[in-house]
Design a protein around this ligand. Structure first.
Ligand SMILES: Nc1ncnc2c1ncn2[C@@H]1O[C@H](COP(=O)(O)OP(=O)(O)O)[C@@H](O)[C@H]1O
Ligand SMILES: [Mg+2]
Length: 489
């Protein structure tokens, strides 16, 4: 591989700077092949640059690559084993050799910071797992270890066309990276980054259990109270972790809550596409979220300088709790503008529910999560100490009623959470229940994430993200599959 003698690159050349090794994230020793002979090279990874020196900890390194939009990493292989890493910077390539083990370790660290090329060298695309407001998620199998992963595929053109699109993508990656540094069991982990000809790929852990929305649709009934407790506890534990980093998720909804396996106790929070650090002001998209789930204070924003807190996520979690308990959307209108208005006003009447539908403890918890004024909302950590989570009043909830066969003999008054699930697909019409008036989620509009302009109140015409079906048509899997599975595209 040809290597020129120039030294520092930042999409071009720049003067070498002294290195502060205290900020180094990872280092390793590789080999540079020269025209005659070979020499050791000490590689240091930093959050924003890669430094390479002929000896350890040199003040002025031989090369200094800034990690930016143009930098790429390529790997070369010999019989499926890694042979070298190639840094592609400013139109040039710099290659360093090592053992498969050394390079695998480097790959594991560096792949969270820099986009790698040729995803098809590592993965095979299997199927489409889901589609969100701006991405299609594929199941991948690793060619190295047969393990399954998920790849969030984001169309480069769409990102480039969207105002602040690339900035927001970097924010999503940065958030997942921060939250992956110390693994939390309720947060979906980012594995590595790739870039293809048309897409960015965020390779993540595979959540085999599907989304909370898909579970809701599949069930015959609403979740039992003990199941709701299990779900909400994990959701709040995940939120407490995110919030401890001063990060807001801003798009919590059943589609973005996943399960690692069939066990309800494997919940992970996913989709950090709108995540935002509370202190990084002004926010990239001050007014965003999903109608019906978004906190009222976000909808009140009319300025690009908007500021709010992590408590906006507590509101969305409260809406999810409401849906799990009652089986109906909290703010529901066919017209999106009206729905947002209902959402903004946040006039919730809990007194209409009987004690069977909502007991006092549940009502109290909902009030603490759904308060219109964020100042009165409880934090995730405080909510985890609420009676709802510590109560031993679990007489009815400890039984998984779902498993019982003879539904007809069950008394609704005894088992309110056993009423027919209005979210279920193919809801059977000849078994009327008190909740038959509820509208199935299937028939409702998608819970589409919106980015709204702060100065235009609820005008969705230009700000609403395109329906994914328009963007990714029927043949879309073929498109991704081609990009991933074709060798040497
Ligand atoms: N790691 C994963 N494992 C399994 N399915 C996933 C994973 N990530 C996302 N999905 C599925 O893909 C859908 C869209 O992903 P998401 O990250 O929410 O994209 P968007 O930002 O476009 O909403 C999710 O609702 C979920 O059904
Ligand atoms: Mg999503």
């Amino acid at each position: 591989m040809r290597q020129k003698s120039q030294t520092v690159h930042e999409g071009g050349l720049k003067k070498l700077q002294a290195v502060d090794y205290e900020k180094c994230i990872y280092n390793c020793l590789l080999i540079k092949q020269k025209f005659i002979g070979r020499g050791p090279r000490y590689i240091y990874l930093f959050k924003n640059q890669i430094c390479i020196g002929k000896s350890p900890f040199v003040q002025i390194p031989e090369r200094q690559f800034q990690i930016n939009q143009d930098m790429r990493i390529q790997w070369s292989y010999k019989k499926n084993q890694l042979k070298s890493v190639i840094f592609q910077v400013g139109g040039e390539q710099f290659e360093y050799f090592g053992t498969n083990e050394q390079l695998r370790e480097l790959k594991q660290k560096i792949a969270l910071y820099v986009f790698q090329v040729k995803i098809q060298d590592e993965y095979q695309a299997e199927s489409i797992l889901g589609k969100g407001s701006y991405a299609t998620v594929l199941e991948l199998s690793s060619l190295q270890c047969q393990k399954q992963y998920a790849a969030k595929c984001i169309d480069q053109q769409r990102i480039n066309e969207k105002k602040n699109g690339y900035k927001q993508l970097l924010q999503e990656i940065e958030t997942m990276r921060i939250l992956s540094e110390i693994k939390h069991q309720n947060i979906l982990q980012l594995h590595e980054l790739y870039i293809g000809n048309q897409n960015y790929y965020l390779v993540m852990e595979l959540a085999k259990g599907g989304s909370l929305l898909s579970l809701m649709k599949k069930r015959q009934t609403l979740f039992s109270r003990s199941d709701i407790r299990i779900i909400m506890k994990q959701l709040l534990e995940g939120l407490a972790f995110i919030h401890s980093h001063n990060i807001m998720h801003r798009d919590l909804k059943p589609e973005n809550i996943l399960f690692m396996n069939k066990d309800l106790e494997s919940l992970v929070i996913a989709d950090f596409g709108l995540a935002q650090s509370v202190d990084s002001h002004p926010y990239t998209y001050p007014k965003c979220g999903t109608p019906g789930f978004v906190a009222p204070e976000i909808l009140e924003q009319d300025s690009d300088q908007a500021k709010y807190s992590v408590l906006c996520d507590i509101f969305s979690a409260g809406v999810i709790l409401y849906i799990l308990l009652i089986g109906e959307p909290l703010f529901e209108k066919k017209d999106r503008k009206e729905q947002l208005e209902l959402n903004r006003k946040c006039d919730i009447n809990f007194s209409k529910f009987s004690h069977d539908q909502l007991n006092d403890i549940e009502k109290d918890l909902l009030i603490k999560m759904l308060s219109r004024n964020p100042e009165f909302r409880w934090s995730a950590n405080s909510l985890l100490k609420h009676k709802f989570f510590v109560s031993d009043d679990q007489i009815e909830s400890e039984i998984d009623f779902y498993k019982l066969n003879n539904m007809a003999i069950l008394k609704k008054s005894m088992m309110p959470t056993f009423l027919k699930n209005p979210f279920m697909q193919n809801n059977c019409k000849n078994q009327p229940t008190t909740r038959d008036k509820s509208i199935s989620l299937i028939n409702r509009q998608r819970n589409c994430t919106l980015v709204m302009q702060t100065n235009l109140r609820f005008d969705k015409s230009s700000q609403e993200q395109l329906n994914i079906d328009q963007v990714v048509g029927i043949g879309s899997f073929g498109l991704f599959k081609d990009e991933i599975n074709q060798k040497n595209f």
